[in-house]
Design a protein around this ligand. Sequence first.
Ligand code: ATP
Ligand code: MG
Length: 270
Amino acid sequence: MKDKQTVLKVDNLSISFTQYVKGLKTRNITPIKSLSIAIEAGEVLALVGASGSGKSLLAHAVLGILPGNATCGGTITYCGQPLTESSKARLRGKEISFIPQSVNYLDPLMRVADQVKIGLPRDNADSIQKDLFSRYGLKEKDGRLYPFELSGGMLRRVLFATSVRSGIKLVIADEPTPGIHPEALSAILNQLRKFADEGVAVMLITHDIVSALTISDKVTVLKNGSTVETTLAENFTDNGKKLQHPYTRSLWNALPQNSFFNYKGVSDWL
Ligand SMILES: Nc1ncnc2c1ncn2[C@@H]1O[C@H](COP(=O)(O)OP(=O)(O)OP(=O)(O)O)[C@@H](O)[C@H]1O
Ligand SMILES: [Mg+2]
């Protein structure tokens, strides 16, 4: 059997920020200490962890969109090659597709249909955009609106539509589903699974582990800027006895549909 290709490999990533505290006095903070993940072609990796554990920063480091005062350590490889800042810029939006956590990434001054058309083949951008709108429950007339005229859930669906492109090898979806009604939620999850089934590597960052498990192959758990555990999605079952790390077991058991067991340190995750 042919070996699966590792599309993204992050080893021992650290991220520090230099901040001014008083006048010209600076200090360093290191919210990301040691993150390691790997995603193969055809695989959905769910990335979970408490708020502030470093999920978005990891995504931003891979995409090369960290703020200027950030310094990274560790290595990031894409299809076996080290990712440099210039290769990140070249691949972004072409081979690496990003669904950001914040809808503020949309241009407030551009009609949303036009934003979805960016990067689509010019000849059939119109019809692809209309198809994407209907797939994610948006009406044709919504396309003529500006972001401030749409609800939060609609904006999420517009953002998602901007990521569906041919030729992509890696999709990074940072919380693509909060505030979305169940039908659009399953359309988005199904699309992420479809990407993977077509050979794309998918990173799904989420707080909704129950939904994520329906489409994920593996789950990586982060805590305070470090990787706690990477495990198969199927190990999230029963009372979590197949999960290695007590923190992962606690996250799982803290869910309302499980024992609702409250473990110190996981309450902000839910
Ligand atoms: N530009 C920045 N300067 C300094 N610290 C930052 C910066 N951006 C993020 N951080 C810190 O890094 C940590 C990780 O942030 P990150 O946004 O990656 O969390 P997250 O896991 O995505 O959280 P959430 O689930 O709430 O989206 C947080 O403690 C945050 O305060
Ligand atoms: Mg985040």
